[in-house]
Design a protein around this ligand. Sequence first.
Ligand SMILES: [Mn+2]
Length: 354
Amino acid sequence: MKVKGKFVYEQLDKLFQEAQTIELSNSDKWVIFSDLHMGEGGSSDDFKTNEDLFTSALEKYYLKNNFGLILNGDVEELQRAKFTKIHSYWKSVIELFKKFDKSGKLIKTIGNHDLELAFNQDLDNPLPTSEAVKLRYEENDIFIFHGHQASKKYQQHNQLVGFTLKYFANPLGIKNYSVSHSSRKQYKIEKIAYHYSAYKKIISIIGHTHRPLFESLHKMERLKFKIEELCRVYATKKSDKEGIKDQIKRLKKEAKSYMKLNGETSYNDSVYNSLFHIPCLFNSGTVIGKRGITCLEIENGHISLIHWFDKNISKKYLKHSEYQPMQLEDSDYYKMTINKDHLDYIFTRVNLLS
Ligand SMILES: [Mn+2]
């Protein structure tokens, strides 16, 4: 472990040691969402956009299929809104969370935007709240925390950020200003969480940056890996070569438009300065994404990165046949699996490579 920034690693280790452990068996199912940023329902309430998609997925898919629900921080936007107002405006959503809690299947962690839950005893909080949890899978740990704890600076200045948002940004209807918009800060936090997890030989699941990660890879890196993999398949395959060629073409197009949209930074700086690539860091993304919601599922000893979308907004996803979108009952909502892997295989690599 590097000496530089030692304090942050100690902070993470304390969080890890103090986190409650929950056993995870192959029959357990969990879904992890983060960064809902629920406000008071006004024009600057980021949660409004995907609210129906989110609650439909929860009610008609996850609750129905006996998933446990993990809300990994920044659920209530307490830096810009009042707790009581959030809970009265989004009453039906809170009631839905309670349904998971009733069967002992709700875990809710604290993020930097709802830090007030940790120290304000006057709040009438109906939901169980913790700072972090560990899922214990066989001999291995999956460490779940929001992610701001990997930044010493962010925690120190958090009160000030809240002050600025409440008194300046919100009356003007300015949308969420946070770490999620600064890629340099994103990389720093991810890098610290990555090195900590590799050193401890654990998997960490964070949110906070609003950027999904699967096996420590960003979308751009995942697309590049997938394209290279398909090239290998193409070279050895005797039949259906055209299908693979089409798939490569689509992925190339997706990578190009992603780069155009996100600029150079989206694929630079993505190597974590370690000899081997360790698949130890995951990020659920966000519930308030422009093109839908991302989340992570743990089911039957597998972990998956999932994308939920509304076909009226993201029609093009229906054409991407390699992801095989699944319709949610008779709604306009669809679910796609972006990546999926065995926990056993991931932990084997984490344990042997780091
Ligand atoms: Mn956050």
